[in-house]
Design a protein around this ligand. Structure first.
Ligand SMILES: *Cc1c(COP(=O)(O)O)cnc(C)c1O
Length: 481
C-alpha cells in the first residue's frame, strides 16, 4: 500500500523534460509567430522526466479503489463489473467519430442501433416505447415526471401532488419537486413495503402519480404493486417506477405486467457502463402507449426503409438535452444485451439475488436486520447491536477499508437508523463474497473486544479518518498559495 505521494509540483525540478526533440532546423517560432498570441513561460509548471510522470500517476491510481480491484458493495448503486469488450465495441472509430451534426443519410446505422436498443428495452420491461435521451437516472425521473404532467395537462387536469413511499430513492422526491409537484410521503408497513391501506386513504383526484422504487431501497420487492397500480388508476393517477434496480428483475418479471405507466432504467448500473466517476451515464425512459405522444423530441422513425428524426410531435414535452443522448453508453448497453441474450440477463438477476442472500444469511447473526422480509439484490443491516459498544455504522465502514474493501452504502435508506446497505451484484465470485463476509464478521468481533480499533479506523489507508464535513466544505483545489 502506498503511504504518501507528493504533489506533482513537489516532484518537479528545474529543466527536467519528458521529451527530446531533434535539433531545430527551421526558423524558431518566435521569428514567425505574432508575439501577441505567444505565451511566455507558464509559471510553476511542473518539470519531470517521463518515468517520473508515469510513476506518479500510476501510484495515484493505486491509491484509489475501483471494481477492477475488488468488491464494491454500494447498495442501490449496482457497482458491477462491466465487461471490457463492450468498452472496446463503443470505441470502434466509426462510432467514436460520428459527429452529432452528421446528416441523417450518413448515420442510418447509428439510428438503427438506437432504434434496436429502444425495442430491446421495450422487450425487457414490457413498455410500449422508450426514449434514450436522458443522461442519468435522475434526469430520467425528471423526464418521466414532465411526461406525466403533460399527460394530465392534455386532459386539462391540474393535479398537484405526487405520492412517494418513505423507502424510495432520494432522487425521487427531488425530481417530483423539480417538476413542480407537492410531495406527500407514504409510510412503509412493518414488512418494508408500501402500506396499501394508507395509500387508499391518501389517494384522490389531486394526485398525479405515485413514484415507487421497485425493488425498494430495502431490497424488498413491492409484492402488492398490482393492487397499488389499480388504486392509482381508479383515480386517474399514474404509476411511475424507478427501475434503476432492474438488476434484480431482468427476465423474471416485467414492469408493464405490474401496471407501471412510466419507468426509467439506469444503463450505467445494469447494462455495462462503469460509473461512479461522474459519467457519462444514460437513464432511458419507457412509457405505455397512451403516453408515447409526450416523449421528448426527436423520435427515431422509419419511412420507406430509411430512418429519420421526427421533430413534428406537437404534444411532446420538447427537447430534454442536446443531440441523441449518450450514444456510446447506448452502444455498450446494446452490446451487453445482445451478448447476454434473454437467458443470460435472467441469470444475471438470479445470481445478483443469490449473492445478496448469501451475504444476508452469512451476516444475520452478526449484524441486526431491521426488516425480515425476503430481499432481492441487496440487503440492509444496521449498527444496532454494535451501538452497545459505542460503535456506529461509520466506524464499521471505515474499518472495512483496512480489510481492503470498499464500504457499503451507509446511513441510507433513511427509514433504517445507522443503515448498512449491501449490494454485491452478480459479478462477484463465492471466494470474494466469503472474504468480505469474513472481514465483516471479524469487525463485529472487534467491535466487542476492541472498539477503539474501529473508532480510529482506517489504519492502513494513505489518509486516515477525515473530517468529512470539513473535507466537503473546505475544498482546496489549488496548489499555489
Ligand atoms: C442510482 C439510482 C438513481 C439515480 O441515478 P443517477 O444516474 O445517479 O441519477 C435513482 N434511483 C435509484 C433506485 C438508484 O439506485
Amino acid at each position: 500500500m502506498i503511504k504518501k505521494e507528493p504533489l506533482i509540483f513537489e516532484l518537479s525540478s528545474e529543466d527536467k523534460r519528458a521529451f527530446q526533440l531533434p535539433h531545430l532546423d527551421v526558423p524558431a517560432e518566435k521569428d514567425i509567430l505574432d508575439k501577441s498570441i505567444m505565451r511566455e513561460e507558464i509559471k510553476g509548471f511542473p518539470q519531470l522526466s517521463e518515468n517520473e510522470i508515469i510513476r506518479h500517476f500510476t501510484r495515484l491510481s493505486q491509491m484509489n479503489y475501483c471494481v477492477d480491484i475488488g468488491l464494491y458493495p454500494l447498495g442501490s448503486c449496482t457497482m458491477k463489473y462491466s465487461p471490457k469488450i463492450n468498452e472496446k465495441i463503443a470505441l470502434i472509430p466509426d462510432f467514436l467519430n460520428s459527429h452529432p451534426y452528421f446528416p441523417e443519410e450518413l448515420i442510418q446505422g447509428n439510428l438503427e442501433i438506437l432504434k434496436i436498443t429502444e425495442e430491446l428495452l421495450c422487450e425487457i420491461t414490457g413498455m410500449d416505447a422508450f426514449t434514450l435521451f436522458p443522461s442519468a437516472g435522475a434526469h430520467g425521473e425528471l423526464t418521466g415526471m414532465m411526461i406525466i404532467r403533460a399527460y394530465h395537462d392534455s386532459k386539462e387536469e391540474r393535479r398537484k401532488k405526487v405520492l412517494i413511499p418513505d423507502s424510495a430513492h432520494g432522487t425521487n422526491p427531488a425530481s417530483a419537486h423539480f417538476s413542480g409537484y407537492e410531495i406527500e410521503e407514504i409510510p412503509s408497513n412493518e414488512r418494508g413495503t408500501v402500506d396499501v391501506k394508507k395509500l387508499k386513504e391518501r389517494i384522490n383526484e389531486d394526485v398525479a402519480a405515485l413514484m415507487i422504487t421497485n425493488p425498494n431501497t430495502l431490497g424488498v420487492f413491492e409484492d402488492e404493486i398490482s393492487e397499488i397500480s389499480e388504486v392509482l388508476h381508479s383515480k386517474g393517477a399514474l404509476l411511475y417506477m424507478d427501475g434503476a434496480n432492474l438488476n434484480a428483475l431482468m427476465g423474471i418479471t416485467r414492469p408493464r405486467e405490474m401496471g407501471v405507466d412510466v419507468i426509467h432504467l439506469n444503463l450505467h448500473k445494469t447494462f455495462s457502463t462503469p460509473h461512479g466517476g461522474g459519467g457519462p451515464g444514460s437513464g432511458p425512459v419507457g412509457v405505455r402507449d397512451k403516453l408515447i405522444d409526450f416523449l421528448p423530441i426527436p423520435r427515431i422513425e422509419k419511412k420507406e426503409g430509411k430512418y429519420f428524426l421526427d421533430y413534428n410531435r406537437p404534444k411532446s414535452i420538447g427537447r430534454i438535452r442536446a443531440f441523441y443522448g449518450n450514444f456510446l453508453v447506448v452502444i455498450k448497453a446494446l452490446a451487453y444485451i445482445l451478448s447476454m441474450g434473454p437467458e443470460g440477463l435472467k441469470r444475471v438477476s438470479q445470481i445478483a439475488v443469490l449473492n445478496s442472500n448469501y451475504i444476508r444469511k452469512s451476516l444475520e447473526k452478526f449484524y441486526y436486520l431491521p426488516y425480515k422480509s425476503p430481499t432481492l439484490h441487496e440487503c440492509v443491516f444496521s449498527d444496532k447491536w454494535q451501538n452497545e459498544f459505542g460503535i456506529k455504522t461509520l466506524d464499521i465502514a471505515k474499518r472495512l477499508m483496512d480489510y481492503g474493501f470498499h464500504p457499503p452504502t451507509i446511513y441510507f435508506p433513511l427509514i433504517v437508523s445507522g443503515a448498512l446497505m449491501i449490494e454485491p451484484t452478480e459479478t462477484e465470485s463465492k471466494q470474494e463474497l466469503d472474504e468480505f463476509i469474513q472481514a465483516m464478521r471479524k469487525i463485529a468481533q472487534e467491535a466487542k473486544e476492541n472498539p477503539e480499533l474501529l473508532k480510529s479506523a482506517p489504519h492502513k489507508t494513505p489518509v486516515r479518518r477525515l473530517d468529512e464535513v470539513r473535507a466537503a466544505r473546505n475544498l482546496i483545489l489549488k496548489w499555489s498559495k
